[in-house]
Design a protein around this ligand. Structure first.
Ligand code: AMP
Length: 281
């Protein structure tokens, strides 16, 4: 893997990398398309990383579709697929962990202790193995993207971290490999996350700037769906991930909810431009 990207570098080309856990959907493939438009060669990885799952989470039953994934990546025009075995990434005696402090303890990290330590450790290892000029991540996992960007900054990584837009189903549900777990009633209920965020976007365009009122409105909307059990609903500064009381600069409205046994997350990016706020789902 290192040889392939080293070769590209000596030829003046820049390698692009799209790390995934497989069970690929249009969200992953949009990252691949973006990488193909900016880089050559493009490397994708499929690795269901055991260390980012908690003991009671879905590591064993996480959707796996290796053959279909290979076909999708090949059809898309990916140059290399890196699909290591867990024993290669975590051989016996493995001891080194990367932790991005404070950003990893909030929101997802609070509900899933140790999750981001697993994510940052595996992403650093993958970046070291693949050595890409650019690595592409989705804003679907906004906290993850922010933490990886911080790791890149703090550790002087050579790879540029590129964050790409959220790809949604026609009814607004953010695409996710875990959507496959939803039954028909849950699938209908799952759009409540999008609807709560869309309502915030409309309120912002009507001039609402009070973060507490906006989060209260999101909670109210989530409460209307009896299949949804909210885990957190927050409006935070996009840099620090700390809650804010009034919109300012770049912020994120972040939601996590359980629909039946399925945990879903979604978010809205809110950016201040010349005194007006632009909200992007
Ligand atoms: P995963 O396979 O879930 O670990 O995701 C691999 C990458 O794809 C991560 O950078 C995710 O943020 C990104 N991703 C997953 N779902 C979407 C989506 N609906 N839109 C954009 N990016 C996504």
């Amino acid at each position: 893997m290192k040889q392939a990207t080293r070769q590209a570098k000596t030829e003046g080309r820049s390698a692009g990398f799209v790390p995934t856990m497989g069970a690929l959907h249009a969200g992953h493939l949009a990252l691949v398309q973006r990488a193909l438009s900016e880089c050559q060669p493009v490397i994708a990885s499929i690795f269901v990383n055991p260390t980012q799952f908690g003991p009671n989470e879905d590591f064993q039953k996480y959707p796996r579709a290796f053959e279909e994934d290979c076909k999708k990546l090949e059809d898309a025009g990916v140059d290399y697929l890196f699909a290591p075995d867990p024993s290669e990434i975590y051989p016996p005696g493995f001891r080194t962990w990367v932790n991005v402090e404070s950003l990893s303890d909030r929101l997802e990290g609070k509900i899933r202790p140790g999750h981001f330590r697993g994510v940052t450790t595996v992403v650093l290892k993958l970046l070291e193995i693949v050595q890409p000029q650019k690595a592409f991540f989705g804003r679907k996992d906004a906290q993850q993207a922010r933490i990886i960007q911080q790791m890149g900054r703090d550790l002087h990584l050579d790879s540029q971290i590129v964050v790409c837009p959220i790809v949604r189903e026609p009814d607004g549900l953010a695409m996710s490999s875990r959507n496959a777990y939803l039954n028909a009633a849950e699938r209908r209920a799952a759009t409540i996350l999008f609807r709560a965020l869309d309502n915030v976007r409309n309120s912002i365009s009507r001039g609402e700037r009070d973060a507490l009122r906006l989060t209260a409105a999101m909670r109210d909307i989530l409460r209307t769906e009896h299949l949804a059990e909210p885990e957190y609903v927050e409006l935070v500064d996009a840099e620090t991930l700390e809650p804010m009381t009034r919109l300012r600069g770049e912020c994120l409205a972040l939601l996590a909810a359980r629909i039946g046994n399925v945990r879903l997350i979604d978010n809205l990016l809110i950016e201040e431009r010349d005194g007006t706020f632009l909200a992007t789902l």
